[in-house]
Design a protein. Structure first.
Length: 352
């Protein structure tokens, strides 16, 4: 083992970077499973927050009946699934996705927390990274709290969770993902003897524009607003028009513009659809700034946003088909990774 001058084990920035990339991959997986959980209406299937005992699913018939009985007390069952004739077998299907989503959350926590303690105690962290790595741990803990805060909004007075809380939950997960990626890239730069990258104006503009797009995607998903475009199986009336109109006729302005921007599914869908092209323009500018010096990153960014646009169109034209919508969410997370990579490269180049 290499020993640092002060007697501790030498810093291992490459090992730390690889660890953070692995955790980032788990976060991407969790985002996708969270999207499937929402699309299958599974998020309210577990009505209690049990961080330890909830890691195991029901193992006996009696345990399954107890879980199902608890679910039968909430509005989603009494007003929607109960009258539709939901059986215990059908309940087990939606239970699986919510349980798997929570299990991944626990796995992310362990995959981050245990190595963090190990690297810390072994003196493997380069100077200047301790606070950021602790902040990431705090973000992960906050994500669990916000997740339950989101679920609790649908247990008493509504048949679904609050779309605002869902957007908060997803936004926090994607923020964590971006910070993981940025930190991993900083660690790799440190291993090469370079300084940390700074966030440039163009990088901030690109990430900010993309963040707004992702938030509106979450709001749209929370309001079940995808079908308001009038989609069916690849119905051409669903894009570029919405129900035959450029601006949908169903927007409710009675509560004011600000209320409509956060609560009206027609307007939220309209904003999400057309703000995407603003994001594309900004990301093209970011990619072009890097094409001569970092061609791989430029190509990755172009590929990610091009695929994301096509999947978004396919999602509405197909009437929000599950596998297409899940791919759309996966590519959204990967687009954030690519944009973060490019913003980091730009900030690193400017700092030289």
């Amino acid at each position: 083992m290499r020993i640092a001058p002060h007697g501790q084990l030498a810093a291992r920035p490459i090992a730390l970077a690889r660890w953070l990339w692995a955790v980032a991959a788990l976060v991407v997986t969790m985002v996708v499973v969270g999207g499937i959980t929402r699309l299958t209406e599974s998020g309210l299937s577990i009505t209690e927050w049990q961080p330890i005992s909830g890691a195991l699913p029901p193992l006996t018939q009696a345990q399954w009946e107890t879980q199902f009985a608890a679910y039968q007390q909430i509005p989603q069952y009494t007003e929607v699934n109960g009258p539709a004739g939901m059986t215990l077998e059908a309940y087990k299907h939606i239970f699986f996705w919510e349980w798997f989503h929570r299990l991944l959350g626990r796995l992310v926590g362990l995959a981050y927390g245990l190595p963090l303690v190990w690297f810390w105690l072994r003196g493997s962290m380069p100077q200047g990274f301790h606070r950021r790595l602790l902040a990431l741990l705090a973000l992960g803990g906050l994500q669990g709290v916000v997740g339950w805060w989101m679920v609790s909004s649908g247990l008493t007075h509504d048949v679904k969770v609050s779309h605002l809380r869902l957007a908060t939950h997803l936004s926090l997960a994607l923020t964590t993902l971006a910070v993981l990626v940025w930190t991993a890239l900083d660690l790799r730069a440190h291993a090469r003897g370079e300084g940390k990258a700074r966030l440039t104006g163009l990088g901030a503009l690109a990430l900010g524009a993309l963040a707004l797009q992702l938030v509106y995607g979450a709001l749209l998903a929370g309001l079940r607003g995808g079908p308001v475009a009038g989609g069916g199986w690849f119905n051409w009336q669903a894009w570029p028009l919405m129900q035959g109109n450029l601006v949908p006729a169903g927007i409710d302005w009675s509560g004011g513009a600000l209320h409509a921007l956060f609560y009206d599914p027609f307007l939220i869908h309209f904003v999400h659809r057309w703000w995407a092209w603003v994001v594309v323009a900004v990301l093209v500018g970011l990619a072009r700034r890097l094409r001569s010096t970092h061609r791989a990153a430029s190509v990755a960014l172009h590929s990610a946003f091009g695929t994301q646009v096509l999947l978004g169109i396919a999602t509405v034209m197909s009437g929000v088909t599950l596998w297409i919508a899940a791919l759309h969410q996966l590519t959204g997370a990967l687009l954030l990774v690519a944009a973060t990579w490019c913003a980091h490269l730009l900030g690193r180049r400017k700092s030289h």
